[in-house]
Design a protein around this ligand. Structure first.
Ligand SMILES: O=C[C@H](O)[C@H](O)[C@H](O)COP(=O)(O)O
Length: 262
């Protein structure tokens, strides 16, 4: 059955499966958004169902909230939780300092709020997300719809003056209409190619009126779990480097895996 998943999906599953081991009974857990985080939510649902794991989950999007409820995870709001033990989420890119680009699925705002409210943030990603320098993946920024073209012009002008705008910025679309985030905002994708100083860029972008948040996660991620298509994983800690390397055995496991491939 494992053969029916593509290597990239296997890599995502492997990272999620290993990350689920970070979750302990009684924890308040931030649940990320995206295809990799969805594997994690399913793995946790299986642990709730089969092992009696008791957790409270704070989802980072309506999509994740729906999936979490479907698999039997108790869902609470961030304000109910107030503070989280752990957030596990995917990423679009991560570099050697575990800085991230996120927001490929448009959930960056809630994701950043939730990750920042957590004792620990663990990123799960397939090996294809590792980069030397952030920026090949377009950087998403969330902007309010009012005057978005004016905001776009201001962003472009500022980035050109900083010499970082590679090509252009584009409004993310959902077919013929703008993509709308869970908070009712738009997403603008900045095609930068290379972000030399992500910390500075993040600060500058967030200064601009109309910008709500950007997809650079600087000094937020504590560890990344990298999955490979052949079942291997590597756990890389921000302070200690690689702390674990092993593989997930597809044969013995996994209801959650076989449920999805049946
Ligand atoms: O807005 C979406 C999130 O930041 C995702 O975590 C990110 O885009 C990675 O998604 P995926 O796991 O589907 O590659």
């Amino acid at each position: 059955m494992a053969g029916e998943l593509s290597p990239i999906d296997k890599a995502k599953f492997v990272a999620a499966k290993r990350a689920a081991q970070f979750v302990e009974d009684g924890m308040r857990v931030g649940l990320g958004t995206g295809s990799t985080a969805a594997w994690l939510v399913r793995c946790l649902g299986e642990m709730v169902r089969d092992e009696g794991l008791r957790i409270k989950g704070v989802p980072t999007s309506t999509r994740t909230a729906q999936l979490a409820r479907e698999v039997g995870i108790e869902v609470i709001s961030l304000d109910e939780a107030k503070w989280l033990d752990l957030t596990i989420d995917g990423a679009d890119e991560f570099d050697g300092e575990l800085n991230l680009i996120k927001g490929g699925g448009g959930a960056l705002l809630q994701e950043k709020i939730v990750a920042t409210a957590s004792d620990q943030m663990v990123v799960i990603a397939d090996i294809g997300k590792e980069v030397e320098t952030l920026g090949a993946f377009p950087l998403p920024i969330e902007v309010i719809p009012f005057g978005w073209q004016t905001t776009q012009a201001l962003v472009e002008e500022t980035l050109i003056s900083m010499d970082v705008l590679g090509r252009t910025s584009t409004l993310r679309m959902n077919g013929e209409v703008p993509f709308i985030t869970d908070e009712g905002n738009y997403i603008m994708d900045l095609h930068l190619n290379r972000i030399g100083n992500p910390r500075q860029l993040s600060l500058v972008i967030n200064q601009m009126p109309g910008v709500v948040e950007n997809g650079l996660f600087i000094d937020i991620c504590d560890a990344v779990i990298i999955g490979f298509g052949d079942g291997r994983f590597e756990v890389r800690d921000i302070n200690e480097g690689t702390v674990d390397r092993d593989r997930v055995d597809f044969v013995e496991s996994d209801n959650v895996f076989s449920d999805l491939t049946d």
